[in-house]
Design a protein around this ligand. Structure first.
Ligand SMILES: N[C@@H](CCC(=O)N[C@@H](CS)C(=O)NCC(=O)O)C(=O)O
Length: 212
């Protein structure tokens, strides 16, 4: 029996709208056609129950019956086990997806997140720290450029690995970081043209707008 509830904030400021990580979960759920509910917790006061589900006081988390899961990567892996539309069941196909899912989080987002935080705060003066971050991300993007120039999706058919990688690269694209990486840019465009993403994005925007 499937009983899925996604929890996100009740409201966030304008800037992160469309990029809050519940979009990864919405996207996967839409892609798989799994029924789900969305619940909200206050963005302002985060209580003990919130921390019991997400120890960093963040979102998203997903409950599946009495199982509660935090970390968008862990949530997507859990959903991948529930749908062949998200991850193949055979061990070889599965590990291809798992490798790229970790690469999105641990090799690309590890570089793109600090870079994005600097960009969003406008702190991009040519300091040694910024130059280091910019070079670090450029190197990771260059490797992704080679990979994505040769394939449509990371691990055969579209999978949770693509949801994570495309969402990680989508924020870089928003901040004009893919100008020299056309294959990465095209990959983001192709992934975010999927009906499942368009619905997930519209639903997230409507969710936060409803609280204005
Ligand atoms: N590694 C976590 C990161 C979660 C995260 O950064 N969530 C943001 C929203 S996208 C958040 O809750 N920010 C509020 C805060 O950190 O206080 C995941 O992938 O689920």
């Amino acid at each position: 029996m499937i009983d899925l509830t996604l929890t996100t904030f009740d409201w966030v400021p304008e800037t992160p709208r469309g990029y809050v990580r519940d979009i990864r979960v919405r996207w996967a759920l839409e892609e798989a056609g799994l029924p789900y509910r969305v619940e909200s917790v206050p963005f302002g006061d985060r209580n003990a129950e919130h921390f019991a589900h997400q120890p960093f006081g963040q979102v998203p988390w997903l409950t599946d019956g009495d199982i509660s899961i935090f970390e968008s990567g862990a949530i997507l892996l859990h959903l991948g086990e529930r749908s062949d539309a998200l991850m193949p069941a055979d061990p070889r196909g599965r590990i291809e997806v798992v490798k790229w899912l970790f690469a999105a989080l641990n090799s690309v987002e590890a570089a793109s997140l600090p870079w994005s935080l600097f960009k969003l705060s406008g702190d991009t003066a040519e300091t040694p720290g910024w130059k280091h971050l910019d070079k670090f991300l450029a190197a990771r993007l260059q490797h992704m450029e080679t990979v994505l120039a040769g394939r449509e999706w990371l691990a055969g058919d579209f999978s949770i690995a693509d949801i994570l990688m495309a969402d990680v690269l989508r924020l870089v694209d928003r901040l004009d970081g893919l100008a020299k990486h056309p294959a990465c840019h095209d990959y983001v465009a192709r992934a975010s043209a999927r009906r499942s993403f368009v619905k997930a994005h519209a639903d997230q925007m409507a969710h936060f707008a409803a609280a204005d």
